[in-house]
Design a protein around this ligand. Structure first.
Ligand code: RVP
Length: 494
């Protein structure tokens, strides 16, 4: 603990990475890393637990790219658990617990189900999950009367089915032979036990780098708080199949956070529990002591964050990561550098400082897959983005209450007028699909790894060295003495 003044705090713009000896071929570079003790990703990127960044669609896209999304918690427990479910079902060799429809449902209801889960057909089962048939787009397309019952239009049993435990190759062979797209799996009693689809096989090939769990399902994390029903929320998320929980607050070096981590850990050992946010060595140590499997670092670096001005509190992010990693590494606990990244080069800087992965808000808020509508302003496209501590995110809207106030320890504030916001609301340029954004970010990281001389993230971490720069150095780093006329896909002037 410093006396009165800690050492000089540095952030991304204060440092550059030194070029180091390098003799690697581009295809030797491996960007895999750990989010927490037991959660491994293929690219070291997480999408932020924010209501304008990560819902199921972003989480699915992130995991397909090899990273992982952390579902925000500014929604009901049921809705958040449902989002986990959507991600876990979205892609795998087999859906273990497929969506089904009752034979007495109407076609309109079956339509709604298909639209909600983005699927093209549903097995039809009775109350005991016995397979009665299947209803697909083909069965429904030419029916103009949407009040008709599923049982009247479905393809009834006997269907081509597989048995539980069928291999991928055998399943593919059945699908091919019978020219069908869906193969229900049944047990000896004809009870539905799973579903294999052509789409899942094709998708698995399309995303060879996807981050998956042991059963081949996409990885997903979710945030909880510390107040009210936070513990029930964590239980519901775990029940839904989440891979890790983030106890996510603006001040992780507080007893409530440590207590919540310990409580979740003592009840469920299956999932990893990450704590945050902290920005000091002592803060990281406190979370390690509470049993955290991962530590999230960042007090005030976020692009939408005003904590450093409203409260005057924070630590420039490179120093914060370095300090936190000093405590975390000794305990074998991975570190997430959360917030403040503006360019792809900042990813490698975070890793060299000691982070194992980084969490991104503003860099991803403009993606097609982030929640929220595209806006046109003066012919340019934008998407809205806001801090979880902004008035908009914390206030009550009609009968919709805010679930994120406790991130800023303000759950007890009686009325919206009395809230103390620590974030702002705004918009960021539209950036198109996540895949192209991630391509640039990871491409930049791979270049960093080549320049620094690190084939893997651990090698980058141990070989990387910084040079501190001045404001003149920063000016030299950016394009200068030219008027930019063409937008680069990975650079825009601030
Ligand atoms: P950025 O990527 O710089 O946009 O930062 C995103 C991070 O900012 C989030 O992951 C979170 O830790 C933090 N945040 C979210 N809301 C707020 C706020 O309102 N102050 N800060």
């Amino acid at each position: 603990v410093p006396d009165k003044f800690a050492t000089l705090g540095l952030t991304y713009d204060d440092v550059l990475l030194l070029p180091g000896p390098s003799d690697m071929a581009p295809d030797e570079i491996d960007t895999a890393s750990y989010v927490s003790k037991n959660v491994r990703v293929n690219i070291p990127l997480l999408s932020a637990a924010m209501d304008k960044v990560t819902e199921s669609r972003m989480a699915i896209a992130m995991a397909r790219q090899g990273g992982v999304g952390v579902l925000h918690r500014n929604l009901s427990i049921e809705d958040q658990a449902n989002q986990v479910d959507l991600v876990k079902r979205s892609e795998s060799g087999m859906v273990a617990d497929p969506i089904t429809v009752h034979p007495d449902a109407t076609l309109a209801e079956a339509d709604a189900l298909c639209a909600k889960f983005r699927i093209s057909g549903v097995p039809v089962t009775d109350g005991n999950k016995k397979l009665l048939g299947i209803v697909t787009n083909r069965d429904m397309a030419f029916e103009s009367d949407r009040t008709r019952r599923v049982r009247e239009v479905m393809t009834p049993m006997p269907l081509v089915t597989g048995t539980v435990g069928i291999s991928g190759v055998e399943a593919m062979e059945l699908l091919r032979k019978h020219k069908i797209e869906k193969l229900p799996l049944v047990d000896g009693e004809g009870v539905l036990k799973g579903l294999i689809t052509v789409k899942d096989f094709v998708k698995a090939e399309k995303y060879p780098n996807a981050a998956k769990d042991a059963e081949g399902r996409l990885l997903v994390g979710a945030a909880v708080g510390v107040a009210g029903d936070a513990f029930e929320r964590a239980q519901a998320l775990i029940e839904a199949g989440v891979d890790f929980i983030v106890v996510d607050t603006a001040h992780g070096h507080s007893r409530l956070v440590g207590d919540m981590i310990a409580k979740i850990k003592s009840n469920h050992t299956r999932v990893d529990v990450i704590g945050g946010n902290i920005a000091t060595r002592d803060g990281a140590q406190a979370l390690v002591d509470a049993g955290a499997d991962g530590i999230k670092v960042g007090v005030g670096p976020g692009s939408i964050c005003t904590t450093r001005v409203v409260a005057g509190v924070g630590v420039p992010q490179v120093t914060a990561i370095y300090e936190a990693a000093e405590a975390a590494r000794a305990a074998g606990v991975p570190v997430i550098g959360d917030g403040g990244l503006q360019y792809s080069g900042d990813i490698a800087k975070a890793l060299v400082a000691g982070a194992d992965t980084v969490m991104l808000g503003s860099l991803l808020a403009g993606c097609e897959e982030s929640p929220g509508e595209l806006m046109f302003i003066n012919g340019k496209q934008f998407k809205s983005y806001r801090g979880m501590g902004s008035l908009g995110a914390m206030q009550t809207r009609g009968d919709r209450r805010s679930f994120s106030k406790d991130r800023y320890f303000q759950e007890g504030v009686a009325s919206d007028e009395q809230l103390i916001p620590e974030g702002i609301e705004g918009q960021v340029p539209y950036r198109g699909p996540l895949s192209s954004v991630v391509h640039q970010l990871v491409g930049g990281l791979r270049q960093s790894m080549f320049y620094v001389g690190g084939r893997t993230v651990p090698e980058l971490q141990s070989n990387g060295r910084f040079v501190r720069i001045t404001s003149a150095g920063l000016k030299e780093s950016h394009p200068h003495d030219i008027q930019m006329t063409v937008e680069a896909p990975n650079y825009s002037a601030k």
